[in-house]
Design a protein around this ligand. Structure first.
Ligand SMILES: Cc1ncc(COP(=O)(O)O)c(C=O)c1O
Length: 397
């Protein structure tokens, strides 16, 4: 019996393999410093937990409409719209079990087999996987490293557009490199989308994980709202990664299709979680503020620890909970050519676990520098400091 041929196109999140290696190392009695997975070890705000228990007790345990509970669609429309200076209504919102499903459903809604879709690389690996699984061609665009962090390679992006390009995936507040567009950079991206008539997926998973300043959206540039689908998630904002609640927000013609896909795939997102989140999204903001305060301390400890290492010089990202240091000189010192060798040896030598550039899309021909990624959302400051000290000894050896 054979499995479907199309499965050869399906990728995965190889970061989960790093988790398995870290777990195996921990099972041997080692204390692992877990910088590999963007999971959060901060508790979900209590008001959300209590509202969920109440929603179950109140009997919201049956199916609900595929597009989601109207009150939640409405609350998310108001929240996303007011934060971005845009007007959305419930009809523009499709509730999802997490932010991730928006990626595949956006692709299914706007892409035909043979179309090209631009995606960030290094970037979240599910873009590449979903584009290719659905018969498209995943065309990468990259970033350049600057003294302030990472900026989009706009020339490379423009040069990658062809008559077959139908969509662009744009992850401002970027995983894995923490890149954040200036308004000018965002406007160039929008102009390209307008000029070449592209759909845009604005992956806003980290929109609320901002340490200073006001976040921006590409959707508010004139002409963009009509062609942009926003990926929204409660995972990072409310420390709810395992709950699975998110939404797609965009033009009603795409949202109607995504609602139909929901009905085909999962019927609906858990009903009681939707009921509980109406109030959390419309009202209380104390949870996210507390989460950001904790994350900020961890970020600062992590950046300081990395910059204390001879050969690492990394800027402080203003968003996300990732740091993506360039380790090219460490690689030269160790005599490694494959950055995963560094990852594997570091785990054994220091018990510090991290991902590498290779976990974020297929490396592009001609890449010269080596990068590793630290996620500090799942590790306390004391352990960050301990892990960084071990890494310093090992990296400098
Ligand atoms: C860039 C990006 N987009 C989307 C997601 C999906 O998150 P979730 O499905 O938990 O909402 C993640 C998760 O790490 C991410 O990093």
């Amino acid at each position: 019996m054979q499995l479907a041929k199309q499965l050869s196109k399906l990728g995965t999140e190889t970061a989960f393999a790093v988790s398995a290696a870290a777990a195996a190392w921990a099972a041997k009695g080692n204390k692992v410093y877990p910088f590999h997975l963007g999971d959060i070890n901060i508790a979900t705000p209590n008001n959300i937990v209590e509202a969920t228990i109440k929603a179950i007790a109140d009997g919201y345990t049956g199916y609900c409409p595929g597009g989601g509970v109207m009150a939640l669609r409405d609350a998310i429309a108001q929240d996303v719209g007011s934060k971005r200076g845009l007007s959305y209504s419930a009809e523009n919102v499709s509730i999802q079990p997490g932010g991730k499903p928006v990626i595949g459903k956006f692709i299914m809604a706007v892409m035909n087999p043979g179309d090209e879709v631009l995606y960030p690389n290094p970037g979240y690996p599910i873009y590449e996987s979903q584009i290719e699984y659905h018969g498209g061609s995943a065309v990468p665009y990259g970033y350049v490293e600057t003294a302030d962090g990472f900026a989009l390679d706009l020339d490379g992006l423009k040069a990658s557009i062809t008559p077959k390009t139908t969509a662009l995936i744009y992850n401002n507040y970027q995983n894995p490199n923490g890149a954040q567009s200036s308004r000018a950079e965002m406007e160039v991206v929008a102009q390209l989308a307008l000029e070449y008539d592209l759909w845009v997926l604005a992956d806003d998973a980290y929109y609320e994980i901002q340490y200073s300043g006001t976040p921006m959206t590409i959707a508010d540039i004139p002409g963009m709202k009509e062609r942009t689908v926003i990926l929204y998630t409660c995972s990072k904002r409310f420390a709810m990664t395992g709950w699975r609640l998110g939404a797609a927000i965009g033009p009603t013609n795409v949202i109607d299709v995504i609602n139909k896909l929901n009905t085909n795939i999962e019927s609906c997102t858990p009903h009681f979680i939707q009921r509980a989140m109406v109030e959390a999204i419309a009202g209380d903001t104390s949870g996210p503020d507390h989460i950001l305060a904790v994350l900020r301390q961890r970020r600062d400890a992590c950046v300081a620890g990395l910059n204390a290492i001879d050969g690492i010089n990394v800027a402080t990202p203003n968003s996300t909970f990732y740091i993506f240091p360039n380790v090219t000189s460490i690689m030269a010192r160790k005599g490694f050519s494959d950055v995963n060798q560094l990852m594997n040896e570091a785990l054994i030598e220091t018990s510090v676990s991290f991902c590498t550039r290779k976990h974020f899309g297929r490396p592009v021909a001609g890449e010269k520098d080596h990068y590793i990624r630290f996620a500090y959302s799942g590790i306390e400051v004391a352990d960050i400091n301990e892990g960084m000290a071990k890494l310093k000894t090992y990296f400098e050896r």
